[in-house]
Design a protein around this ligand. Sequence first.
Ligand code: UD1
Length: 374
Amino acid sequence: MRKKKILCVVGARPNFMKIAPIIRALNSQQTALEPYLVHTGQHYGADMKTSFFDQLNIPEPDVDLNVGSASHAIQTAEIMKRFEPVLDKNDYDAVLVVGDVNSTIACGLVAVKKNIPLIHVEAGLRCYDKTMPEEINRVLTDQISDLLFTTERSARDNLVKEGIKESAIHFVGNVMVDTLFANVERAVSYKQTLTNVSNEVANQINEGEYSVLTLHRPATVDHPDLLKQTLQTIVQVSERTPVVFPVHPRTAKQIEIHGLSDLLNSGNIISMPALGYLEILGLMKSAKFVMTDSGGLQEETTALGVPCLTLRPSTERPITVTEGTNTIVDIDPVQILSGVDDILLSGGKSGRIPEYWDGHAAERIITILDQWIP
Ligand code: UD1
């Protein structure tokens, strides 16, 4: 009997840790399924793509669409244009997309218009803020998906409210946490990462006595006044405890354009280019706390039990707040500094690991998929 061909899609950095355990489970479990991989090329280069493929043992993609960076409209359109012939040339039985980036909706839309079943991993997360491009990608991808896998129970309620039929929704846990547990012992030590900046820096910073910052949301970094105000607040944080700051390329560009580099050199901020997965994991693991606007880091800190301050007005991952270590502080200087003081005084939230965030989400997905694909 011919194996069923599943085309898995990745495009941007947060997709890579989600797809890795799915491909591994597809290859290692006894199933009637055969994985193929397309990379749209939304993220590219050593920092944003190659190091993740290498560290997470993701096989080279069968197809690379090489779209690169552009405006939302151009990037989404270009992915769609280049993805359509890939589906025309092959008889895939299903397309599987993860997360909420432009590649997710672009490839999903092309697949369903060709009547190819669409599977969405990480469905149903909502922050109800449509100024966030990812929220639009989430809502639309869920509407056109045939099978939806969720990471937390609240996601089912969100989907049902939007008219998705219950039988299509499966709560399986979090594939990103599969990757975290599979790699946490291999993480590069924070000392090693800091040594790559300088020996002097590495010698000054001790385990559990620093924080980690990541920042890349357009809502903050694309507005010079907000970016400046946030960096000024971070300088104040760094005067209480050192801040290690791997800088996303979007943010680096904005800091440069708006002449804010001096802020990075004041206080006790240790900045560096965006890091590989094993490096950021090692940094988070040994940190006192993390400040971030990333969805992934909110979940990873909950899985690691490290306090997290989320520099956004809301989260689409509420379980990280209700059960995990996350506190929403927005980019409000007063809330950020009081959140930091609270952690430094009392240790911050310790939380617990949410249901099914146990390292086996991908296996659950494959078991369901195996029975589902026609
Ligand atoms: C994208 C995702 C976001 C995800 C983030 C993780 C969307 C709408 N956004 O945002 O959900 O959290 O990735 O990184 O899909 N750039 C590079 N090298 C790269 C990629 C980007 O230098 O490999 C620079 C380019 O100048 C580009 C900018 O970063 O203009 C933004 O890249 P883009 O993919 O458009 O969005 P992200 O902000 O990375």
